[in-house]
Design a protein around this ligand. Structure first.
Ligand code: AKB
Length: 312
């Protein structure tokens, strides 16, 4: 029986992951935690207010719940982290080291996401390999690389079973992302439904990896349930569903809303971040080591997103 504690449960990934874990492992077995009360309906499952930078509070919550796994999601995203870099360091690194300490002291498994943001301008841009140059130029990227190394350290030094993936931009209709560089790929669907038009802050031709949330949630569960003997990397697996630029989303939406209009007003800060990230990453290590696969490509996701956003 799994007993899971999720941090950052009110965020974009957390709000959907908690629901999925509760369906899979039972409501009472999944403790949702966040620094703020979530806006979504938690059902009858447990919720506790936890600040991940407070090590004792996190430790106590995991102990009281009898957790065997911690899914640590609480973090600031890339664009927001550029506005408040010192705070991003404190939250992203302080939270992770606390989560790893809890995992070490209470003998828990740990999941935490890295990101395509862990790559930088000197990384090979196309089909970016699993093991390659990582010299990011953003605070978020620095946090992600340091986090990947820290997870490896806790595994090799203390035997903490710390696993993770490098997520691409995630697209969902449940909880909006906040402060990311890839957020345009969510906004475009809402604006398409509301106004039949969207002005993108990311420029034409800027390709980045993307994934629909149901595939991201399945990947987390699949990786956490994978046979540890088969994991060579264990942590920071490249995973992507497809690579797309704003005009690719525009064309996919245009198949359902023919008069959809896409225009551009580039935000230099987020464009600079996007330009430092890969065009597309190679997910073959994840496929080989734990069978990573996706169900949604851009067209299939677009059909579902438009349908779900219309019903909201
Ligand atoms: C962001 O844009 O910051 C995130 C990410 C790719 O890590 N969505």
């Amino acid at each position: 029986m799994k007993k899971i504690l999720v941090t950052g449960a009110a965020g974009q990934i957390g709000s959907e992951l908690v629901q999925k874990l509760r369906k899979t492992y039972g409501e009472a077995n999944v403790l949702a935690t966040d620094i703020r009360e979530p806006e979504y309906v938690l059902g009858s499952g447990p919720f506790e207010q936890v600040d991940v930078t407070d090590a004792d509070c996190l430790h106590q919550a995991a102990k009281d719940h009898g957790a065997d796994t911690i899914m640590h999601l609480a973090a600031l995203l890339s664009a927001k982290a550029e506005v408040v870099p010192k705070f991003a360091w404190d939250l992203n690194m302080g939270g992770l080291v606390n989560a790893l300490e809890v995992a070490h002291n209470l003998d828990l498994k740990l999941f935490t996401p890295s990101s395509i943001g862990a790559f930088g301008p000197t990384t090979p841009r196309d089909s970016t390999p699993q093991d390659t140059i990582q010299r990011p130029t953003t605070m978020y990227g620095v946090n992600k690389v340091a986090g990947e190394l820290l997870c490896d350290y806790y595994y090799h030094r203390f035997g903490v079973d710390a696993r993770g993936v490098r997520f691409p931009g995630l697209i969902s209709y449940v909880t909006p992302p906040g402060g990311g560089t890839t957020d345009y790929a969510v906004e475009i669907y809402y604006e398409a439904v509301r106004n039949k038009s969207y002005t993108s802050y990311i420029g034409e031709g800027t390709k980045m990896d993307m994934m629909y949330m149901p595939d991201a949630l399945n990947a987390i569960i699949q990786l956490m349930e994978a046979d540890p003997d088969k994991l060579i990397h264990r942590n920071a697996f490249n995973i992507s569903a497809f690579s797309a630029a704003p005009e690719d989303f525009g064309s996919a939406i245009g198949k359902h809303i023919p008069d959809f209009e896409l225009s551009y007003k580039v935000d230099p800060v987020r464009q600079k971040i996007a330009d430092s990230w890969p065009n597309s990453i190679d997910s073959s290590a994840a496929q080989e080591e734990w069978g990573f696969q996706v169900r949604y490509d851009l067209d299939k996701m677009t059909e579902d997103m438009l349908d779900k956003v219309k019903k909201k």
